[in-house]
Design a protein around this ligand. Structure first.
Ligand code: ACM
Ligand code: ZN
Length: 355
């Protein structure tokens, strides 16, 4: 299960309650989405401004703040400030709590895109050197790698997981096209477009993680340009990316939006609180079969490591609402046992019976 704690912040106590639920339903990975445009949520000792300057924003309501207002971050003490962060002590406590229940916590630190908040604290890391100008790190600037390696060093001290998730999705890449540093990097490295520049970025981060005994995991856009040699792929745009990565011998987690995005409606929209557009009822989640291709079953059983349900929280401001979106659909995610199944006949009655 993935929980987005950037767009809305959830307390350590709430995270532990979800760990209990995951253990109860025999789900074994908690993917913790800790950084994004909604706010940076992880204390990093080397870069204290991350939480001082960007863990709070000017209002709670996502639509008002992101879509209709100015997307500004603020200080915890400012009036109306909304947000929060996890101290390193919180993290150690949660990781140990999860481990006792056989759950591995996999942290996600977003790069090179979805990083708007970082630049409110460290504007030199973006192409124009200014806050609020781009969601992307500048891959042409070596200070970016110094920064990310510093962050990842502390992340690896906190999280013993084999995999570190580095995001990789939806980088805008627009400023890279005119940034002199990015252009120089492309020329020096013989990269023909921004996709290849992104691949350079990801591969450089992979080398760093591998040198420290960890493996890189990212959303399927990390396949743009060229997939880093040892990376694992989280297939969200559909299944094609995951199947392609598996065929090339990469480990894969399947989480296609049409089946696994729990931020979408679970019932007829007019009966529901506002959600992301898209219809993903319980039956749909339950019906997901990641190894539908029987000819390739042996290969897929080897490389498809799991199925994941994701809760993005733009429209999920409270813990009660988060649980309403997660359950029972997470239980349907939990049914997959890693093997191809011959036949899956599913109705809402069988799905409910199984719960
Ligand atoms: C994603 O939904 N951008 C991974
Ligand atoms: Zn640049």
């Amino acid at each position: 299960m993935m929980l987005d704690c950037s767009r809305h912040f959830f307390t350590p106590q709430f995270i532990k309650k979800q760990i209990d639920a995951l253990a109860y339903f025999k789900l074994n990975r908690f993917h913790w989405h800790l950084t994004d445009g909604g706010g940076w949520r992880l204390e990093v000792k080397k870069y204290p401004k991350l939480i001082e300057e960007t863990a709070y924003r000017t209002q709670n309501d996502w639509t008002k703040w992101w879509r209709e207002h100015d997307r500004r971050y603020c200080h915890a003490s400012d009036s109306g400030a909304y947000g929060g962060y996890y101290t390193q002590e919180d993290v150690r406590d949660i990781v140990a709590y999860a481990a006792k229940q056989h759950i591995t916590v996999i942290p996600e630190i977003e790069m090179p895109g979805h990083s708007n908040e970082v630049f409110a604290a460290y504007p030199n890391l973006t192409c124009e050197g200014k806050a609020y100008t781009s969601p992307d790190f500048c891959p042409g600037n070596d200070s970016v790698f110094t920064f990310l390696e510093g962050v990842l060093t502390e992340v690896m001290q906190l999280f013993p997981s084999k995999y570190i998730h580095i995001g990789g999705d939806e980088a805008w890449q627009e400023k890279w096209k005119s940034c002199p540093k990015c252009q120089k990097r492309m020329k020096d490295e013989g990269l023909k477009d921004t996709h290849e520049l992104q691949a350079y970025f990801i591969m450089r981060i992979e080398k760093f993680l591998n040198a420290h005994g960890r493996k890189l995991l990212g959303w399927d856009e990390i396949m743009q340009g060229q997939l880093a040699p040892n990376a694992a792929v989280m297939s969200w745009t559909g299944e094609e990316a995951g199947l392609k990565a598996a065929k090339a011998g990469h480990h894969v987690v399947m989480t296609p939006g049409a089946y696994c995005y729990l931020d979408m409606y679970q019932d007829v929209p007019f009966t529901q609180p506002k959600a992301m557009g898209g219809y993903v009822p319980l039956e749909k989640v339950y019906s997901y079969e990641p190894i539908a291709n029987k000819e390739a079953a042996t290969m897929l059983e080897k490389y498809v490591d799991g199925v994941q349900g994701n809760l993005w929280t733009e429209e999920v401001p409270t813990p009660e609402h988060a649980e309403y979106m997660l359950y029972p659909r997470m239980l349907a995610i939990a049914r997959w046992d890693g093997h191809a199944i011959d036949q899956l006949t599913i109705t809402s009655e069988t799905a409910l019976f199984m719960l």
